[in-house]
Design a protein around this ligand. Sequence first.
Ligand code: GLU
Length: 287
Amino acid sequence: MEYRGRFAPSPTGLLHFGSLVAAVGSWLRARQAGGRWLLRMEDIDPPREVPGSAAAILAALPAFGLVADEPVLLQSERRAAYDAAFARLREIDAVFPCWCSRSELAAAGPHRDGRCTSRPDPGREPAWRLRTPDIDVAFDDALQGPQRQNLREAAGDFVIRRVEGLYSYQLACVVDDAHQGITEVVRGSDLLDSTPRQIHLQRLLGLPTPRYLHLPLALDAQGRKLSKSSQAVPVDPADPLPALRRALEFLGQPPTAEAGDAPTLLASASRRFDPTRLPHRNGCFAG
Ligand code: GLU
């Protein structure tokens, strides 16, 4: 089967070092496997979106030599597919409506028993939660090794569709990984604990489960995850080589000889890419 990998940023800020690491890591895996590397813009959460950042991310990637092999998939245009998956989950009675307010949830703790005891409010749309079974979901991460999670304990009855009618990341990600035919998901290990929820959704929806490889996270000098939303310093597409070199170094790859431009540096890194050198642990990036 052809290898199909992807990079799936959320438009919550400019491309920063942590997301560059995920982009480069997934690109190297795809290139080494002689497969395809796809892009997906996860723009399904307008309240969290930073205006202009989707376009800025898509404009920055080619400067780093990261060019997708197929047109970019925009989650904002995938509503019908999420509606269909949600309809299927309702059909098999895998979800239930929840009218709890934030304060009710805070007081009662997360739902775990597949129902909501708050009184239905006909004047308001409910949120929809998955009836999470008391099962262990296990998978073998290509970098982090064997993983196992009790779904009910770890995730509870997690939200599939929010009160505003927006679909959750978990649902959209699963539907689109299948739609794009992704065979291996390479992403940051902040999403390691989402993977069992995604595998469970794949099983409910009859979708294939890709392989997973969770890369270590780039941390700031205080040990916090570099994230777009916490104003991490963006990487500069006008001067891509320094950040690209640091990303390759962060991924444990041997330094390559001076390269004239980013695409040349990346191409040479992909020829020498050694997955056994990928670090397992999160790393500090103080630059
Ligand atoms: N959109 C997510 C993020 O930017 C990544 C999702 C994924 O790779 O599954 O953190």
